[in-house]
Design a protein around this ligand. Structure first.
Ligand code: ADP
Ligand code: ZN
Ligand code: ZN
Length: 739
């Protein structure tokens, strides 16, 4: 009889193993809630080796390949209903396979930290206070000697029942306890309710300009469509997102908005909360586990109408999904660079298709991948070619660094322009992608340089902290007083970092407010906000910083943007480096002249005739992107081919390299090299030695994704049982962003 059949489940467990495990749910557990059968997406507590661990049900198969009688029983069922809606869970499983990551590790990565433990998900509730019978019957003149207590009783008498949060805003906490002890008031808990939203808007939206109107009219909500909103910086893309979100909110649906950086959150969040009269939750890495779980459950239960978050927010369940927005879709931070190496942007498109809802990818500098998807008509391109409002596109100037006087990385022409801008009462933004004082220190006498012993790199000088620091492994030491090689005291910093330029500018402009924004200066919580508040005051100032400054901030009084060193990006061996540099320069330039004042952009370089710079300045990003697409096609690179990289690292160079030779040989047995599949490597990684480990890569380049998937699945299986794998760390990176 069917009832005698064991209830088999196939479970993912947080481990580096690429396999699922079969268990049985005992009758005693099934009988607890006979109407609610466990399904995929529910967590279970299972015996695994000698421990009890949390697992996720992936499927409930009819049969098992093992002896049914020998299957272990689960210890406990942790969720009555699945944590994740079925479509989304299917996406989770798909993503684990697609990115070729061990399934348990991948799936648990997509859950909030709190849910990776054996704790049931409790619905958040709100605490309320009301008067007891004794409290209601209190005479007019009682509590006369305790006016606050009396006031609180009066308040509850007037309003009936009030939430704890509302009350402690008006009365000290201890009064609540005192009155509860006297049995005059009592508390109770209610599950947090969904608020019915009648009025969506808090603020009247700007009326759209002609270009925005045309774009907005094209957006449809009835099924899956992917739009690439390609609009120059300040063209009003965000305004389009807000309008589209408004439309889905009116349909009673939710919007999921992805943004690249935590530092952008306060500004963006404010823009959303100023506009909408709906609950908004923000998910980013700075949240505590508890706060994150609350935001996650609010989204899942439909209590939050807008979910705003960075990369991992793509895994947030929504009760009524209506729209996904990915702002700055070209941004590298959407790709996780370690562990489960997923691309949140790409998963967003797949999710939208699974949920059958529209998605808007927005950028002033769209990725070559997305532009190609428009060419092939998979995405629909929407263009905003001009800045909204009155702001004009900035004027670019190339500053040739050859044979000119340079101090702390700043050419004299540039210095003059900075000085002019400040005396005109405007603000300057200086961009240099190297933090610290100098990228190296050398001995002027014998040529000795301070290297990191664990990495193939020089130690960066941090003068303010009097330390030499490795930016790859965080090794630190004091700055030596003399050369360890020849004892000379003539140790000099080489090259410039943000700290040095800041130092120099402070001496040159002693009366101007000069602020540095990089990972060192913004370590303290709120430091970034303090800088932004200062800039928003509009007084003349100079902001100097790393790429943190390049992202979406809106500073209306900045009229000069300087890129101190464009050269490092021109000569990187990574095939995406030109695309990246073009995006970076365009984005940084976009910070200039966003208000009423016209802006200027200075690019300092030793290569003023470089075709990339010429093309970018004279033809703009979109035309340059077409050239880059042609190059990619010629060199058989993404998006025309698909890449995977197998990375291996070990304390011994030979060990890592041998492993990848084995990987390549195995792969070639499965799929011999041909027109449609090529292998490259093993090659040393860009930084061969890092934190004491030697790193190698093997590149696989194919014409078809399905071929890559089949190959990698079989290959991983073989590599998992590689002898000596304990001495190696290896991983697979599908659609790598860096090689
Ligand atoms: P983007 O997201 O493309 O950088 P934003 O939406 O932030 O552009 O708009 C840039 C600036 O232009 C903002 O200050 C915004 O308020 C303003 N703006 C956008 N749309 C309009 C409009 N239709 N009319 C007037 N100002 C607008
Ligand atoms: Zn020396
Ligand atoms: Zn190091």
């Amino acid at each position: 009889m069917a009832t005698n059949k064991p209830f088999i489940i196939r479970v993912a467990i947080q481990s580096p193993l690429r396999q699922l495990f079969d268990y049985v749910i005992p009758k005693t557990i099934l009988e607890i809630s006979p109407n609610q059968q466990p399904t995929s997406g529910c967590r279970v507590l299972v015996p695994f080796g000698r421990r009890l661990v949390v697992g996720l049900i992936v499927t409930c198969p009819e049969t098992t390949d093992y002896d049914e009688n020998k299957l272990k029983s689960i210890e406990n069922l942790l969720d009555k209903s699945p944590l994740i809606p079925q479509e989304l869970f299917a996406l989770f499983v798909w993503a684990a396979h697609y990115y070729q990551h061990p399934i348990g590790d991948a799936l648990f990565n997509m859950l909030p930290v709190t849910l990776r433990k054996a704790k049931p998900l409790s619905e958040p509730s709100t605490k309320y206070w009301q008067l007891t019978a004794k409290g209601k019957g209190l005479g007019e003149n009682s509590l006369n000697r305790a006016p606050s207590q009396k006031a609180l009783i009066g308040h509850l008498l007037k309003h009936g029942r009030l939430s704890h949060d509302d009350l402690i805003r008006l009365f000290p906490r201890n009064i609540l306890h005192t009155l509860a002890k006297k049995d005059l008031i009592k508390d109770s808990e209610d599950v947090k309710a969904k608020v019915a939203i009648k009025i969506v808007l808090k603020q009247v939206p700007l009326s759209l300009n002609t270009a925005q109107k045309i774009v907005f009219a094209k957006i449809r909500y009835d099924d899956f469509r992917c739009y690439l909103l390609n609009g120059v910086t300040g063209s009003g893309k965000t305004e389009i997102y807000l309008r589209a979100i408004e439309d889905v909110l009116r349909q009673g649906k939710q919007a999921l908005v992805l943004i690249p950086e935590i530092s952008l959150t306060p500004q963006t969040q404010k823009r959303f909360s100023d506009r909408f009269n709906v609950p908004i939750v923000t998910l980013h890495s700075g949240l505590s586990d508890k706060a994150r779980l609350i935001a996650w459950t609010d989204a899942k239960a439909g209590r939050a109408s807008i979910v705003l978050g960075t990369r991992s927010a793509i895994f947030t369940p929504l009760e009524q999904p209506g729209l996904i927005v990915v702002d700055e879709e070209h941004d590298q931070s959407y790709k996780q660079q370690e562990g489960f190496r997923y691309s949140a942007r790409d998963l967003a498109v797949i999710r939208a298709r699974k949920e059958n809802i529209p998605i808007i990818l927005g950028s002033a500098t769209p990725s070559i991948e997305s532009l190609n998807n428009c060419v092939t008509k998979r995405y629909e391109q929407l263009m905003l070619p001009q800045r909204a409002g009155e702001a004009l596109q900035p004027q670019w100037s190339i500053i040739d660094l050859k044979n000119v006087n340079i101090e702390a990385g700043i050419a004299s022409t540039t210095l003059l322009a900075i000085s002019e801008t400040i005396s005109n009462g405007h603000q300057v933004l200086i961009f240099l992608n190297r933090r610290g004082f100098a990228p190296a220190i050398i001995c002027h006498h014998c040529g000795w340089a301070a290297d990191c012993h664990s990495c193939d790199t020089k130690l960066t000088v941090h003068r303010a902290r009097n330390r030499l620091i490795c930016h790859h492994c965080d090794y630190q030491q004091a700055i030596p007083k003399h050369c360890p090689n020849c004892m000379s005291h003539d140790l000099v910093p080489m090259g410039e970092g943000t700290e040095q330029s800041e130092d120099y500018l402070k001496r040159y402009f002693p009366d101007t407010n000069i602020m540095r924004v990089d990972r060192d200066s913004t370590r303290k919580k709120g430091a970034m906000q303090t800088v932004f508040n200062e800039v928003e005051r509009g007084e003349p100032c100079i902001l100097i910083g790393t790429q943190m400054l390049a992202k979406g901030h809106h500073f209306s009084n900045v009229t000069l943007v300087v890129v101190l060193d464009a050269d490092s990006g021109l000569f990187s061996p990574d095939f995406r480096s030109q695309e990246r540099l073009a995006q970076l320069l365009t984005q940084v330039a976009g910070r200039s002249g966003r208000g009423q004042l016209p802006g200027r952009v200075f690019i300092q370089t030793h290569q003023p005739e470089h075709p990339l710079l010429e093309s970018l300045i004279h033809k703009g990003y979109n035309t340059l992107a077409i050239d880059l697409m042609t190059q990619r096609r010629q060199y058989e690179l993404p998006p025309y081919r698909h890449l995977a990289v197998i990375r291996a690292e070990s304390q011994w160079a030979k060990t890592a390299e041998t492993f990848l030779h084995h990987a390549r040989a195995t792969a070639q047995k499965i799929c011999p090299a041909s027109e449609s599949i090529t292998y490259l490597g093993p090659l040393p990684a860009m930084l061969e030695k890092r934190a004491g480990r030697y790193r190698f890569v093997l590149q696989i380049n194919v014409t078809q994704r399905s071929m890559l998937q089949n190959l990698l699945t079989q290959l991983n299986h073989v590599l998992e049982s590689y002898k000596g794998s304990k001495k190696i760390r290896w991983s697979v990176d599908v659609d790598p962003q860096e090689i």
